[in-house]
Design a protein around this ligand. Structure first.
Ligand code: DLL
Length: 433
């Protein structure tokens, strides 16, 4: 079922016409309301009238995560704070976190695109949706929640965690839809079996899994073990949260809701468009947002795009499952981790050297492990084992407090971590994506 037939099935010409109209209005709106964008446009030598439509998109300047951080917390908002109804914050580096704000109309738009995503994944009127993404500053829980309400479905807002209760409610209430990170879907299997439940007999028939990269082999694990259809949902807080793109039952790419999010796929080094079907960085312009509209936002996510109509009838452009990011952000068990955060913690601790390596691995195809190997001082290294153990425990505690996930810490001898004259290779990611 298609939630918004008119918008999801626009012809290419109709879409282009609508996008052009909205883009012109967006540029005028930003020029009038945002000192940051006014300065950016002036620097690019552009007046609003220069932008006639999507054909002029590439003349517009980019926006990056740094623009958001530099204008922390509300410097990029285009309405007074009193008109902002909700604020979300995404985890980030040790610097300022990324803050996003929604007006009432933005919240309605968010509900709309997540409602489209739910139906695109295979929801039907009357369904109950178990929302097992975290509720709070993260956009996953509330985003899925608003979409469920907008779609006229029933929300079961279990949030993430408390797995046994989660599973008991699933068993008692029989929701047809599950929304959570793909790793959590797999994590829940063991608890289900320990509780004597047969996962293959669960009520979940359709899942909306996202917020982190996941492979097709992980998809088949979920589908086989839970006996359900696993679809991919994509989004990022800066653009709106979940609901930017979604797979349908054909699982042949994620449909981007093109009437409101205008995509480009660019060579991350040159900033030039890559031909359709080639890998590049996904960039978005939000066409109708009010609180925090963004022009040509560099997502750093790597994908490829096709404009061909899908077998489901939707004309929305589709992007392939995501393969990674251009920057160094790691997503471990759904949490964003930057190597720079780890470095920052290590540098505060006496007895360790600023030489470290991160090893990320995926156990049994689904559980991400982070190991931090750190070099210690000569002095500490020749100390008693008790001293080393205490140091290890301290690093582990501080890492967990800053990163929000547990990491294994391994202290290694001085000068054992490979040095580099160019960029240090801090991260060894052994996960097969
Ligand atoms: O993760 C929003 C979201 C919530 C999406 C629930 C889907 C479901 P952020 O915390 O701002 O927002 O993180 C955004 O997560 O730039 C991608 O790198 C990654 N990401 C999100 N969805 C997917 C996906 C939410 N389906 C960042 N596949 C993005 C791969 C994803 N990576």
């Amino acid at each position: 079922m298609i939630y918004n037939q008119a918008m999801e099935c626009l012809s290419r010409d109709e879409a282009r016409h609508l996008q052009s109209d909205r883009l012109r209005k967006l540029v005028a709106y930003l020029h009038e309301r945002s000192p940051v964008y006014r300065a950016k446009l002036e620097k690019a030598g552009l007046a609003p009238a220069d932008i006639r439509g999507v054909e002029d998109l590439e003349r517009l300047p980019f926006t990056t995560k740094d623009d958001l951080r530099d204008n922390y917390p509300f410097g990029l908002f285009c309405v007074p704070q009193s008109e902002i109804r909700e604020v979300h914050v995404s985890s980030g580096t040790t610097g300022n976190p990324t803050v996003v704000g929604y007006t009432q109309a933005d919240l309605e738009l968010w509900g709309e695109v997540v409602a489209r995503s739910l139906y695109c994944a295979g929801a039907r009127p009357g369904d109950m949706v178990q929302v097992a993404y975290g509720y709070g500053l993260f956009t996953g829980g509330l985003g899925l929640h608003y979409g469920t309400l907008k779609a006229g479905l029933t929300a079961l807002p279990t949030s993430s965690g408390q797995t046994k209760r989660q599973l008991k409610l699933m068993n008692d209430f029989q929701p047809r839809i599950l929304a959570c990170t793909p790793s959590y879907a797999l994590f829940m299997l063991d608890d289900a079996r320990a509780m004597g439940l047969d996962p293959r007999a669960s009520s979940w028939e359709v899942g909306l899994f996202g917020a982190e990269p996941w492979s097709d082999s992980m998809r088949s694990e979920i589908e086989t073990n839970w006996n359900m259809r696993a679809t991919d949902i994509y989004g990022l807080s800066e653009i709106i949260g979940p609901g930017v793109a979604q797979e349908c039952e054909h699982k042949s790419g994620l449909h981007i809701f093109h009437d409101v999010f205008l995509p480009e796929v660019l060579d991350p080094n040159t900033g030039q468009a890559v031909p359709e079907g080639q890998w590049g960085e996904l960039v978005f312009t939000t066409l109708t947002k009010q609180g925090l509209p963004l022009i040509r936002y560099r997502t750093r996510d790597i994908t490829k795009i096709t404009y061909a109509t899908c077998a489901c009838g939707r004309t929305c452009p589709r992007v392939s499952k995501f393969h990674g990011r251009t920057d160094d952000m790691l997503i471990i068990r759904g949490i964003n981790v930057f190597p720079s955060q780890i470095e920052h913690v290590l540098l505060q601790i006496e007895g360790v050297q600023p030489h470290y390596q991160l090893i990320v691995d995926r156990r049994a195809n689904w559980l991400d492990d982070l190991e931090i190997q750190v070099e210690v001082d000569e002095q500490v290294f020749s100390d008693e084992i008790k001293v080393l153990q205490a140091l290890e425990a301290r690093i582990r505690r501080e890492m967990e407090a800053v990163l929000g996930i547990a990491a294994k810490v391994k202290l290694v001898e001085p000068r054992t971590i490979q040095r580099s004259e160019g960029k240090a290779k801090r991260v060894i990611d052994r996960r097969q994506m």
